[in-house]
Design a binder for this molecule. Structure first.
Ligand SMILES: [Zn+2]
Ligand SMILES: [Zn+2]
Length: 224
C-alpha cells in the first residue's frame, strides 16, 4: 500500500486500473468513461435490468417481499474492480469516490422513511477497512435528510453468496438477519453494494416486513 506522502508526489492511483490519475476521487478519465450505466427496466415492476436479463430478479424469482430494485451499473469492469480494490484503499478516498458513482435520478427518494444498509457480519467488517454498503447508505441518507437506520443485523456468519451454487444461496441466507428496532416505517430503501441473485436482499425484506415495514425497495450500486 502506498503512503499518503507518495500520492502527493506521484498522483493518485485509479481505483480500477491502478494508473496514476490527477482525479482526486481516484477514478481515471478512461475508466470513468467505461462505466456501463444500466438504463433498461423490467416491464412488470420497473426494476433495473442487468445486461443479460430481460426480466428482473424480483419478477423472475417471484420475490414477494421486495417491491422494486434500483441499480446503477452492471457488475463488470470498472465497477467490479473498484469494489474489489476498495479494501486496499484509504477509507477517506473511497468515501470520495463512491458518491460520485451514485445516481438516484430514477428513485423517488422522498417517499422513504429510512435508509437501511444490508449489514455485513462483524468479522467481515473487521477485515475490510471500508464497507461500501455503509458508505453508500450514509451518503444517501445525509444528502436527502433521511434517517439512517442501522438496526438490521446479521445473526450468524454466512459464506459469500457468489461462492455458492445458485440453488444453495437461498438456504445460505435464510434467517440470517434480525431487525433490532421497534421503528414502524411505511417505506424503506434497503442499500447493498452488489446484487447477485437477490436472495440476500429478499431475506432482509422478509425480516423488515415481519417487523412491520410495509414497503421495501432496494438500491444497489451494481447488479450481476
Ligand atoms: Zn483507471
Ligand atoms: Zn420486475
Amino acid at each position: 500500500m502506498r503512503k499518503i506522502e507518495d500520492e502527493l508526489i506521484l498522483g493518485y492511483k485509479c481505483s480500477a486500473c491502478k494508473a496514476v490519475t490527477n482525479n482526486y476521487h481516484t477514478l481515471c478519465d478512461s475508466c470513468y468513461s467505461k462505466l456501463t450505466k444500466l438504463t433498461s427496466t423490467c416491464t412488470k415492476c420497473n426494476s433495473s435490468l442487468s445486461l443479460v436479463d430481460n426480466i428482473c430478479i424480483v419478477c423472475k424469482q417471484n420475490k414477494k417481499n421486495l417491491k422494486r430494485i434500483y441499480s446503477n451499473y452492471s457488475y463488470a469492469y470498472p465497477i467490479k474492480d473498484i469494489l474489489a480494490n476498495i479494501k486496499f484503499q484509504y477509507a477517506f478516498r473511497v468515501k470520495n469516490l463512491l458518491p460520485h458513482l451514485i445516481d438516484l435520478s430514477d428513485v423517488n427518494i422522498n417517499e422513504y422513511d429510512a435508509i437501511i444498509p444490508v449489514p455485513s457480519h462483524f468479522y467481515r467488517k473487521f477485515r475490510r477497512w471500508s464497507h461500501p454498503t455503509d458508505i453508500i447508505a450514509k451518503h444517501i441518507a445525509d444528502q436527502n435528510n433521511i434517517k439512517l437506520d442501522n438496526a438490521l443485523k446479521r445473526t450468524r456468519y454466512t459464506p459469500y453468496q457468489f461462492k455458492l451454487d445458485r440453488n444453495k444461496r437461498s438456504d445460505n441466507i435464510r434467517d440470517a438477519f434480525l431487525y433490532t428496532s421497534i421503528s414502524k416505517y411505511n417505506s424503506v430503501l434497503l442499500i447493498d453494494d452488489i446484487i447477485t441473485t437477490g436472495s440476500t436482499i429478499e431475506e432482509c425484506a422478509i425480516t423488515l416486513k415481519s417487523a412491520g415495514v410495509k414497503k421495501v425497495d432496494c438500491f444497489s450500486i451494481c447488479i450481476v
